[in-house]
Design a protein around this ligand. Structure first.
Ligand code: COD
Ligand code: ATP
Length: 230
């Protein structure tokens, strides 16, 4: 199995690129969706947030007020780190679970879209790492436009992540999403060729069918050895 790490900065275009992966038939595990699911009303993540941030963090229907929680954590690094610590085990498990489900189905190439891939050191488990890069001016403009936030709020969110230029320097593959969507699609075609290249020997062993072959060969070997001993 090949786990393609897809990351970048906030509003750099990860979801746009993960949409291209999906259209090309490559399944995507989206960490933002996992992070949303693990804080739904009544879950372990939800309970931890309510215990830490109080009932004021809830909407009338009992769900987390994401806008309010966002305002709090993106303007206070200590609270953001606390939230990260509370949710990290739930998010990691959720991502692992989604990957496992795709592995059981026999998927051999899976893209995992994780905004904080480097921050959480999950890049250790993915290869190649694709970084969606965008120039700083375009990033802030797109973020303000999409989320309807002020420049200060947008800057706070950007500053809460590792620098996008540093992520770019650590990438195996960079997609420059500063231009038109057509330019991004053009670059993506090359990326797709790279990530769809034949699996290495190790990747084949990690895929469901490779794993089952090892199990069956080992079982056959043990049975033969026992037969010879008798
Ligand atoms: C603070 C919350 C409630 C704000 O919710 P909101 O709906 O406004 O934003 P959303 O979840 O869609 O995230 C949008 C983007 O913000 C960035 N972001 C989210 N959480 C963080 C964080 N803890 N640190 C830095 N950037 C973050 C990511 O680039 C993400 O793609 C929410 O982001 C959250 O629960 N974050 C903590 C969980 C987390 O770490 N998520 C990232 C998955 S790896
Ligand atoms: N090449 C492009 N040209 C114009 N707009 C774009 C382009 N790529 C993305 N956008 C827009 O920029 C915004 C951010 O893109 P997207 O949501 O894909 O980023 P993201 O990295 O997934 O964000 P987040 O970190 O918040 O999840 C969206 O409104 C999207 O429609």
């Amino acid at each position: 199995m090949r786990l393609v790490g897809l990351t970048g900065g906030i509003a750099s275009g990860k979801s746009t690129v993960s949409g291209l992966f999906k259209s090309a038939g490559v399944p995507v595990v989206d960490a933002d969706i996992v992070a949303r699911n693990v804080v739904q009303k009544g879950t372990g993540g939800w309970k931890k947030i309510v215990k830490t941030f109080g009932n004021d963090i809830l909407l009338e229907n009992g769900e987390i007020d994401r806008a309010l929680l966002g305002q709090i954590v993106f303007s206070d690094p200590a609270k953001r780190k606390l939230l990260n610590r509370l949710l990290a085990p739930h998010i990691s498990f959720g991502i692992f679970w989604e990957i496992l489900k795709l592995w059981v189905k026999g998927c051999t190439v899976i893209s995992v879209d994780i905004p904080l891939l480097f921050e959480t050191k999950m890049d250790r488990w993915t290869n190649p790492v694709v970084v969606v890069w965008v120039d700083p001016k375009t990033q802030i403009e797109r973020l303000m436009l999409r989320d309807g936030c002020s420049e200060e709020q947008a800057q706070n969110r950007i500053s809460s992540q590792l620098a996008l230029d540093w992520k770019k320097s650590e990438a195996d593959i960079v997609i420059n999403n500063s231009g038109l969507l057509e330019d991004t699609k053009e670059q993506f075609r090359e990326v797709l060729k790279q990530v769809s290249a034949p699996l290495t020997w190790k990747e084949r062993m990690r895929s469901r069918d490779g794993f089952l072959s090892i199990v069956m060969c080992t079982a056959a070997g043990v049975l033969l050895a026992r037969k010879n001993l008798v």
